[in-house]
Write a protein that binds this ligand. Sequence first.
Ligand code: GLN
Length: 480
Amino acid sequence: MDVRQLTISAIRDGLRARRFSAAELAAEALRFAAAENPGTNAYLRLCEERAFTQARRVDQQLAAGEEPGALAGVPVGVKDVIVTKDITTTCGSKMLENFVPPYDATAVERLEAAGGLIVGKANCDEFAMGSSNENSAFGSVKNPVAPDRVPGGSSGGSAACVAQGTAVVSLGSDTGGSIRQPASFCGVVGVTPTYGRVSRYGLVAFASSLDHIGPFARNVDDAAALLGVIAGRDPRDATSADVPVPDYRAAAREEIKGLRVGLPKEYLEGLEGDTRAQIEKGVAKLRELGCEIVDVSLPYTEYAIACYYIICTAEASANLARYDGVRYTMRSPRARTLAEMYRLTRDEGFGAEVKRRIMLGTYVLSSGYYDAYYLKAQRVRTLIARDFAQAFEQVDALAAPVSPFPAFRLGEKLDDPLQMYLSDIYTITGSLAGIPCMSVPCGTTKEGLPVGMQILTKHFDEAGMFRIAGAFERAGGFAV
Ligand code: GLN
């Protein structure tokens, strides 16, 4: 059995035909993950016991002739910002090095109820802040496609475990691009659903108005299957939407002839040569499939990075105030007074990027600056969302690049946070608008580095997005 070749439907067939059991599958995925991990550092920990308990349950259900669920026996990686009951969840931070959550995130609960096996907790940038996974307190992750390169971030481990094949699918989180960008860098599919489509209950908060949970997979069908399982209203998250969840897998099998796909002109300006060539090829493929390609404009794009880094740091500074040395395990042993406890715990527990964002966020929220920065940024966010709404009056979907460049070298942008922030230019807009967006592999550069194409649709139209991605994949837009 080669876990790298398996898909959700192949696992379903294999289990039903008794070619392998869920327990055998769990054993093989865990063996492979343990063998690969010293090389890539994709997982922060493996979850042997949990995976085997689930696998046994699936095998018993199969033996009893019961339906074991849409993800029966499927090895899944879970980003370490998503809480798992009784399994340490660190958010890539020293602050939570020993934090063992007392409950499961809704997405975790749902994927296990559907029979999924959690192989391990995936490495990530500290509190999901970053674009390269180099901000993890537990070491960076190597891109399985090119080991001298970053896997992207902040869900770098989630992308890497699917790309290396130790998990069939995984969960990541996206606040400003953290699913789509690593998916693009590692050559896999990554989906950011509509804000509110998937419950955030149990997703450790970075910027609450922007945080999303979403799937990674090696093909469109698997991503559609996983999203179908985790999507839908959850009474434990007040922002989760009560909107029916259609059959995404069925949508991905439809044809796309006659659809109107917009190409935002602002997204093509800063593209590096090889990336541009791949995106142009992808767009040509959509045209061959019968789509009408329409030039559109999203004029507020140039303000997206500034707007995002005001809003996300403001929210982060408020959300991260809870790590105070009293709750969540870590407390500096050097502290002698209450004030020292706060100061030293936060000084020792947080890494440089997290501190930078807390300071920025505290600044933009402070009285006197609130109106000038935070309020202004919220207004710009509305204008960015309006850009998309206007575009979707003319077109069914948008096609765009994910990142201006492919995976960069480890260390290359580490000393220049601004350069790092600029790599999010094409993903941040969709996050600010809260619309569904995904990255599908579209080609490789001359150096053999994957390039992802982004597909964006209107709120809650994930089905429309999967429809285009499915047709693109079938037409050989990308090889699995
Ligand atoms: N790279 C962006 C940031 O650093 C996005 C991170 C994310 O989506 N979690 O904030």
